[in-house]
Design a protein around this ligand. Structure first.
Ligand SMILES: Cc1ncc(COP(=O)(O)O)c(C=O)c1O
Length: 386
C-alpha cells in the first residue's frame, strides 16, 4: 500500500476543539461576542477599518455587490481563471460579467486587458489574487480611479498577502476573504468582508442578515428589544460564534502557517527551477508578499511526452494528491452557453489551464512529505522527457 499524501489537510487541533467546545457550553452558539471579536481582530490584521464575518467568501462578495446596488445594466470585469462563484455573484445581482485575460507572469488579471474591456456600463472590477499572489493593484486601482469604478477584491486565497507594506484587505473599496476548509485560515465554512467605508459596511450589514435594521443577537440581549424593521430583502449570511471561535484560533496561527507554506514553496521552486520541463509557481511582484495558498506548478508541453492530465494521474498512482486551479469559466457549460465565450479569446488563461497543476502545500506537511513530492515529480518528468 502506498502512503497517500492528500492535496490538503487543515491545521486544526486541540486549541480549535477547545474554543468551539467553550462556545457550545456557553449557551450562545450563533452570531455573538465571538463573531464580533473575530471581526475586530481580522480588521486589525487586514489593515481595514471595518470587517463583517459571513458564512462564506461567496457571500462576502454577494453582499458587497448588493450593498453597492450593482444590478441590471451594470458590468463587472473579472478573470476567467477563478472559481465559479466569483461569476455567480455577478449573475445573481442581475449584472453582466465581463472577462479579461490574465498575465502569464502572475496568472492574475492583466491591467491592459482589463482596460480594453471598460465601457460606459462598467461598474466594478473584481480582481482575484490567485493562489495568494497579489494582483498588480497599483495599476488596477489607477484604472478604477480614472474610470470611477469600484474595486472588490476576491481574496479567497489571499489572507496574509501584502502589496508593498499594505495588507490585502486595505487596498480596494472592499475585499472578500474565504475561510473554507482548505484555505490559509479556516472556519470550516466562512468568509469576511473588509472595507474602510463605513456607509458601505452599514449597507453590507443590512444585506447580510435579512435586511434587518438591528443585528439579531442584539434583539435577544438585555439591551435589545423585540422590535425590528426590514429595509431590504437581505440574505442569511451571518457567521456563527462556533465558526468565529475556530477563526480566532486560526488567525493567531496564520503568520506561522504562511511562513511554513512559503518555506515549502521555496523548496519546490528551488528544485523545479532545475528542471527545464517545468515552470515553477510565480513569486509575488517585488515588494509584495505572496500568501502561498496554492503552489501552481506548470509543465512545458513542448518538453514532455505526456500532458497535464497524465501527470495528474501519475501523481495519483504514486500517492500524491494534486488539483487544478481552475477550469476556466468559459469552459463551464452555463457560462459558455449564456455568454458565448470561447477559449481563443483568452490565450494566456488557456495556456495556463492546460499546463497547470497544484501540488500539496499545507503547513502540516513534513520535510519528508515535501522531499517526496519533489522526488516523485522529478521521476515523472525524467521518464517522460520529449
Ligand atoms: C478564487 C475563489 N473565489 C471564491 C471562492 C469562494 O469561497 P467560499 O467557498 O468561501 O464561498 C473560492 C473558494 O474556493 C475561491 O477559490
Amino acid at each position: 500500500m502506498i502512503d497517500h499524501l492528500p492535496f490538503d489537510r487543515p491545521d486544526v487541533g486541540e486549541e480549535e476543539i477547545a474554543a468551539v467546545a467553550e462556545v457550545l457550553r456557553s449557551g450562545w452558539i450563533t452570531t455573538g461576542s465571538r463573531a464580533k471579536e473575530f471581526e475586530r481582530r481580522f480588521a486589525e490584521y487586514a489593515g481595514a477599518v471595518h470587517a463583517l464575518a459571513l458564512t462564506s467568501g461567496t457571500d462576502a462578495m454577494q453582499v458587497a455587490l448588493a450593498a453597492w446596488g450593482i444590478g441590471p445594466g451594470d458590468q463587472v470585469i473579472t478573470t476567467p481563471l477563478t472559481f465559479c462563484s466569483t461569476l455567480h455573484i455577478i449573475v445573481h445581482q442581475g449584472a453582466t460579467p465581463v472577462l479579461a485575460d490574465v498575465s502569464p507572469d502572475d496568472y492574475n488579471l492583466h491591467p491592459e486587458r482589463v482596460a480594453e474591456q471598460i465601457t460606459s456600463r462598467t461598474a466594478a472590477l473584481l480582481p482575484v489574487h490567485l493562489a495568494g499572489l497579489p494582483c498588480r493593484m497599483d495599476a488596477l486601482l489607477d484604472l478604477a480611479q480614472r474610470h470611477g469604478l469600484r474595486v472588490l477584491e476576491d481574496a479567497a486565497h489571499a489572507a496574509g498577502a501584502r502589496v508593498g507594506g499594505r495588507p490585502v484587505g486595505s487596498l480596494g473599496d472592499a475585499t472578500a476573504f474565504s475561510f473554507y476548509a482548505t484555505k490559509n485560515l479556516t472556519t470550516a465554512e466562512g468568509g469576511m468582508l473588509t472595507s474602510d467605508d463605513g456607509e458601505f459596511m452599514e449597507q453590507a450589514r443590512l444585506w447580510h442578515l435579512h435586511g434587518l435594521s438591528r443585528d439579531a443577537w442584539k434583539r435577544y440581549t438585555a439591551e435589545g428589544a423585540w422590535r425590528y424593521d426590514v429595509l431590504v430583502p437581505g440574505f442569511k449570511s451571518n457567521m456563527s460564534d462556533l465558526q468565529a471561535a475556530l477563526g480566532l484560533v486560526q488567525l493567531a496561527k496564520l503568520e506561522k502557517n504562511i511562513a511554513r507554506r512559503a518555506e515549502i514553496a521555496r523548496q519546490y521552486t528551488s528544485a523545479f527551477a532545475q528542471m527545464p520541463e517545468l515552470i515553477p509557481a510565480p513569486d509575488a511582484h517585488p515588494g509584495d508578499r505572496h500568501a502561498r495558498h496554492l503552489y501552481m506548478l506548470r509543465l512545458r508541453p513542448d518538453r514532455l511526452r505526456i500532458d497535464r492530465n497524465r501527470v495528474f494521474e501519475e501523481l495519483r498512482t504514486r500517492g500524491i494528491g494534486a488539483s487544478v486551479h481552475f477550469i476556466p469559466i468559459y469552459h463551464l457549460s452555463y457560462y459558455r452557453e449564456r455568454f458565448g465565450w470561447r477559449a481563443e479569446e483568452f490565450p494566456e488563461t488557456e495556456a495556463i489551464f492546460r499546463s497547470c497543476l497544484s501540488l500539496p502545500c499545507f503547513p502540516r506537511m513534513t520535510a519528508v512529505d515535501v522531499e517526496r513530492v519533489i522526488a516523485v515529480v522529478a521521476e515523472i518528468v525524467e521518464s517522460n522527457r520529449a
